[in-house]
Design a protein around this ligand. Structure first.
Ligand code: E4P
Length: 217
């Protein structure tokens, strides 16, 4: 399964890229608004670091505006993916941009019906927001299960990009269900490798080693 980081922070992206396990990046207007500098230049810097798919989202809500912004985003770098919201105009923009060979990530997906339409419109990625569904007392992972099943039934090539991951178990569940990608905030990526038993086990190994060195000295 591919791991993407969900942030606009170039510093955090560089740190995670250094781990050697990073496959791509997702951003959204809220994440980019937290950063300083020109957002287009920031996206270009991100592409130079990661050299994998980097999603940049349109802010227009009408078809013509989404196309205009989509073209502009796609010009930033060959790795850019245009993110459009799962609305009526978003579906139309997805169809048009995908038809031109521009990869599209359809975002803010909260139902299997929405995911079906995104795939039919040629989306390269569908982003079900599991955390936000959990937040309102529903099971976000059930949506992922449905989408994986539907896409398998019809052999859709759209990749299932599990978004709004709040913790490591969202990533593990996504992997169990056969999702293609999980996009996580930097802290969730850290939580994937951190484990208290690893930390305490390592501490004991090193203490025992020091004791042995002291006896030999
Ligand atoms: C994904 O593309 C989104 O940027 C993101 O996962 C949203 O996560 P949130 O619900 O934690 O804001």
């Amino acid at each position: 399964m591919k791991i993407f980081v969900d942030t606009g922070s170039i510093k955090d992206i560089q740190t995670i890229a250094d781990l050697g396990i990073l496959d791509g990046v997702t951003t959204n207007p809220s994440l980019l608004a937290k950063e300083t500098g020109d957002y287009r230049q920031n996206l270009k810097k991100i592409c130079d670091i990661v050299k994998g798919p980097v999603s940049g989202e349109v802010t227009a809500t009408d078809f013509a505006g989404m196309l205009r912004e989509g073209h502009d985003i796609a010009k930033i770098d060959q790795h850019m993916v245009v993110k459009v919201p799962l609305t009526r105009d978003g579906i139309k923009a997805c169809k048009a941009l995908s038809g031109e060979g521009i990869p599209v990530n359809v975002t803010l997906c909260f139902s299997p019906a929405q995911a079906l339409l995104a795939a039919k419109a040629g989306a390269s990625y569908i982003s079900p927001f599991v955390g936000r569904l959990d937040d309102i007392g529903t099971n976000g992972m059930e949506l992922v299960r449905d989408i994986v099943l539907i896409y398998d039934n019809y052999d859709f090539k759209t990749e299932v990009l599990v978004a709004s991951c709040r913790g490591p178990m969202h990533v593990v569940e996504a992997a169990r269900l056969g999702a293609d990608i999980a996009t996580c905030p930097p802290a969730v990526i850290d939580a994937l490798y951190n484990h208290p038993l690893t930390a305490s086990g390592l501490e004991k190994f090193l203490k025992d080693w020091e004791k042995m060195q002291a006896v030999k000295a």
